[in-house]
Every structure is written in C-alpha cells, then in structure tokens.
Design a protein around this ligand. Structure first.
Ligand SMILES: [Zn+2]
Length: 140
C-alpha cells in the first residue's frame, strides 16, 4: 500500500484560497518538513500559505463570508474607513455654492454620504463616496 504520496513542487493540490473564496486547484510552490508550505492558486494566480481544503476549513470560510456580507470594493472599504473616523451626524447637505473643509462629511443627493478627502482649489473638492471618489464644485 502506498499511503504517503511523495509531495513535489509543481504538483497540483486542492487547497483553500481566500481570494477565490473556497477550495480550488493550486500548484505547490514550496515544501517544508515534508509538508506543503506555499501554493500558487490556478484560479486567481496568487501565492499564499497552504491551507488544506478540509470540510472544516470550507465550512469556516463559508461562515466568514456569510458574516461579512457581499464583498466590498476597494473604494467602498476606503469610504467606510473614512466614515468611521468622522462624525457622520455632522453631515451637511451638499450644495455647490457652499465651501467645504477637508474631512467634512457631506450628504449628496445622488452619491449619498461622502467625506471630503482633498481641497483641490478654491472651487473644487475631492470627495470619497461609496462608489468611488468624485470631484465636486464648491463656492460657485
Ligand atoms: Zn485563488
């Protein structure tokens, strides 16, 4: 009986991938102490520590995903980080004839809540919204 298959770099294994959100085929990149150490995911091409695709690990990942809700975009994460740092109670309605300060919280009729990230000049501000950063006018 050949119980222990010899592990080799370049061999394909099923492993957990945090980017692909589940088990996927990986190529062994390095082996340490007869155990798979690093793998390269064939799905998303990222290299990471090997995590066996066991039922327990799959269940754990599903649970973590369910808890987090739908994946957020980079812009959305940045936006929520910014909002955490400011007092959203102080949000003012956006109007182009007003003037805004950096880190001011604004309420935009179309884009929703946003945080001023940069005063570009006398008439332009850069504001981070959930869907991305927009340039708005001020002092008009
Ligand atoms: Zn992947």
């Amino acid at each position: 009986m050949q119980e222990d298959l010899k592990l080799e770099v370049g061999q394909e294994v099923e492993a957990m991938c945090t980017k692909c959100k589940g088990p996927s085929i990986h190529v062994i990149e390095s082996i340490k102490d007869d155990k798979i150490f690093k793998v390269l995911c064939k799905g998303c091409n990222s290299s990471h520590r090997y995590r066996p695709a066991t039922d327990a690990n799959i269940a754990k990942m599903k649970e973590a995903i369910a808890k987090k809700g739908p994946p957020k975009t980079k812009e959305e994460r940045r936006w929520s980080r910014l909002l955490n740092k400011v007092d959203s109670e102080k949000a003012v309605d956006y109007q182009m004839d007003k003037s805004f300060d950096e880190k001011a919280v604004i309420n935009h009729s179309k884009f929703g809540m946003g945080v001023v990230v940069e005063i570009m000049d006398q008439t332009k501000i850069s504001v981070a919204f959930k869907e991305g950063t927009k340039t708005l006018v001020q002092n008009r």
